[in-house]
Design a protein around this ligand. Structure first.
Ligand SMILES: *Cc1c(COP(=O)(O)O)cnc(C)c1O
Length: 227
């Protein structure tokens, strides 16, 4: 795993350098879904600090077992409103908020534990029916509506483009997310920070970095194939 991680870090460094960005601009979120606690512990021991999980049930036991570790937990899967309560207790950053209804639930439970829940808005850039996420043209209004909630803080945008792992094909979608981010940022909405761009996975994170990704979500290249 150490060697795989070093290769990933090298790829990030080169991709950042190629577009004159410091590699430190790009946060590596290690996607640990399906990986058992012992593997995540090994990943922490070799220096990883950010982990992404897709399933509440699975993450609950893992996060509990690793509670003493200095780790930032990211929720990157689809989140149902009825799981908002658990997500707020467990995760530092939720990447997949795509409705006001869900944001209101997060706000409600965050208030109860005196937390401001940091979130990203998931955008369905290509309008794929099979994917969650708000459409590009509806994103600004959603951000404005969520901005009124006191216990939720919008930090940026996330996307899962089509053709994943085909860098040349996905790049226009990464670019579209960056342009949307810039457009919303220029609105200076109170209570909204529009810096983060969570995009890019094992097969395409260089293209995402070239288009401005500030977080890449990498599973396979770090942990090996999932079974
Ligand atoms: C599984 C997953 C990833 C990581 O995918 P890899 O190809 O293994 O790097 C990234 N983002 C999301 C939302 C995922 O579900």
């Amino acid at each position: 795993m150490k060697e795989r991680l070093e290769r990933v870090q090298e790829r990030i460094r080169q991709a950042a350098e190629a577009c004159n960005r410091p590699a430190s601009d790009v946060r590596l979120v290690a996607v640990s879904k399906t990986m058992p606690v012992e593997i995540v512990k090994q990943a922490i021991d070799i220096g990883l600090t950010d982990f992404g999980e897709n399933y509440i049930q699975e993450a609950r036991d893992k996060i509990a077992a690793l509670r003493a570790q200095p780790v930032t937990w990211h929720y990157i899967g689809h989140l149902q409103s009825n799981k908002a309560k658990y997500a707020v207790r467990m995760f530092d950053l939720i990447h997949s908020v795509d409705s006001l209804k869900l944001a209101k639930e997060l706000d409600k439970y965050a208030k109860k534990i005196d937390k401001v829940q940091e979130i990203l808005i998931q955008v369905n850039v290509a309008k794929e029916e099979s994917k969650s996420g708000v459409y590009g043209e509806d994103t600004l209004q959603l951000v404005k509506d969520i901005a009124r909630l006191e216990n939720v803080a919008v930090k940026g945008l996330m996307t899962m483009p089509p053709y994943f792992n085909a860098p040349d094909k996905v790049r226009p979608f990464f670019k579209a997310l960056r342009q949307l981010r810039d457009q919303i940022r220029s609105e200076d909405i109170p209570n909204v920070e529009m810096e983060a761009l969570s995009m890019g996975m094992t097969g395409d994170f260089e293209a995402a970095i070239a288009e401005g990704a500030t977080m890449v979500r990498v599973g396979t290249a770090i942990f090996g194939e999932r079974h």
